[in-house]
Write a protein that binds this ligand. Structure first.
Ligand code: ATP
Ligand code: MG
Ligand code: MG
Length: 406
């Protein structure tokens, strides 16, 4: 990326440059991981300028964004500096400096979604308090401050008990399950003790996990993607099936709860709402992400408007696009790091080779500089004329040992 022209600020750029893109608004994205990368890919199609702020020189978005400012999205001075070069700030990760976003907003900087939304969501406990106040159904939860309050929560909610970090959680890092009171302390210690802020949730006896991507435009128009089923393995999203195979009633309930949750938050963009479906047909909210999300990767190939394009349309103030599916069925499979180093890359590439020979399959590789176990390295989306056919295609693309997981 071209550092030199980063010196030119946004106002100058606008005066000198004729209109070329679908929107001339310069979008700044805090974070340059795979979500930032796919935002840049969507932006490229419509010639929308996207700048990225990420501390990693070779982050996934670095090679395809307009400008990459190398620095921390959690550092006040850096975020302020980055904001000068953008007209709208948005995020691909919620663990950013919310104080600074709030301060910038007061100075007139356009943040979408709003800093208040990022602040609520980045602290899972605050998020739960917020949604319960808005009448969204969720598992019971309570803050824990010491052994005493943790034990009391266990007595109240029963076991297994889900212990969660309030902040900086992703891919299940920040969750620990205590199967009984005897192992409660070790679950708490596994999350680094009480110092960083913990809370507990009652175990949600779900039969399925569902997710809904909800988009909101600057004019407050709302648009929901079809309900998907997310399958997690060791707390990490593993497979996403779209659409979910549920009754119209369940699909409607999930969509209603998701849009009600998003309606309680401020600002434009796409929001991913993770839900639990219980045996008796109840829907409980797990968490909301104020950005494009793993459960919406499939939209690139399976919907008329991808979640990435939709997010850009929303934040720059273009009309929202059609979220409906253009293929009858799709399955998204996450390529997770299986092994550190070279061996991991070999395994991933064998899978990719098979995907390249699979009808309806599209390969996404995030170009992360190194592989770690369980790290999201890429994904494969398979579309087809029916869920049965898509399932069969995924099964044959995965080798024998994990073919049963579809
Ligand atoms: P993400 O990568 O989605 O941000 P995360 O680290 O924020 O993940 P959660 O979404 O809180 O983690 O939880 C990860 C998974 O753990 C859930 O998708 C679900 O499978 C399981 N889980 C979370 N909370 C509960 C609960 N209260 N009861 C049962 N299972 C739960
Ligand atoms: Mg999360
Ligand atoms: Mg989650």
């Amino acid at each position: 990326s071209c550092r030199a022209s980063m010196e030119t600020d946004v106002s100058q750029r606008k005066e000198n440059a004729p209109a070329h893109g679908v929107s001339e608004t310069v979008v700044g994205v805090l974070g340059g991981g795979q979500l930032g990368r796919m935002l840049c890919q969507a932006a490229s199609q419509m010639s929308i300028t996207v700048n990225i702020l990420d501390p990693m020189v070779n982050c996934p978005a670095s090679t395809i964004c307009h400008h990459h400012m190398v620095g921390s999205y959690d550092n006040s001075t850096t975020v302020e500096e980055f904001a000068k070069r953008c007209e709208i700030l948005t995020v691909e990760i919620e663990h950013v400096d919310a104080d600074t976003l709030e301060k910038l907003e007061k100075q007139g900087v356009d943040c979408q979604p709003k800093a208040s939304t990022i602040r609520i969501i980045q602290d899972k406990f605050l998020q739960k308090v917020h949604f319960s106040r808005h009448g969204i159904p969720l598992p019971k939860f309570i803050q824990i401050e010491d052994e005493e309050s943790a034990k009391r929560a266990g007595e109240q909610f029963g076991y297994p008990l889900m212990v969660k970090s309030r902040r900086l959680a992703y891919d299940g890092r920040g969750n620990a399950v205590a199967k009984s009171e005897e192992v409660l302390t070790s679950a708490i210690n596994a999350l680094g003790g009480f110092g960083h802020g913990l809370y507990v949730e009652q175990w949600a006896p779900f039969v399925k996990e569902l997710a809904v991507i909800v988009a909101r435009g600057r004019d407050n128009s709302i648009s929901c993607y079809p309900v998907v089923e997310t399958v997690h393995r060791e707390n990490i999203c593993h497979i996403v099936k779209s659409p979910a195979n549920e009754s119209w009633k369940i699909m409607k309930l999930a969509t209603d709860i998701a849009s009600k949750a998003v309606a309680s938050l401020e600002g434009a963009g796409v929001f991913a709402v993770e839900l639990f479906l219980t045996e008796d047909g109840q829907i409980l909210l797990n968490e909301v992400a104020p950005r494009p999300h793993n459960s919406g990767h499939h939209t690139i190939e399976s919907c008329y408007t991808s979640q990435y394009e939709q997010h850009l349309r929303a934040v720059v103030g273009l009309p929202l696009g059609d979220p409906s599916m253009k293929a009858p069925a799709s399955i998204m499979y996450n390529i997770l790091g299986e092994d550190e180093g070279e061996r991991g890359f070999i395994l991933a590439h064998e899978l990719i080779r098979r995907a390249l020979c699979t009808p309806g399959a599209s390969v996404h590789w995030y170009d992360k500089p190194d592989m770690r176990k369980q790290r999201k390295m890429g994904h494969i989306t398979v579309v087809g004329p029916s869920m049965g056919i898509v399932e069969a295609r995924v099964k044959s693309l995965l080798n024998e040992e994990n073919a049963d997981e579809t």
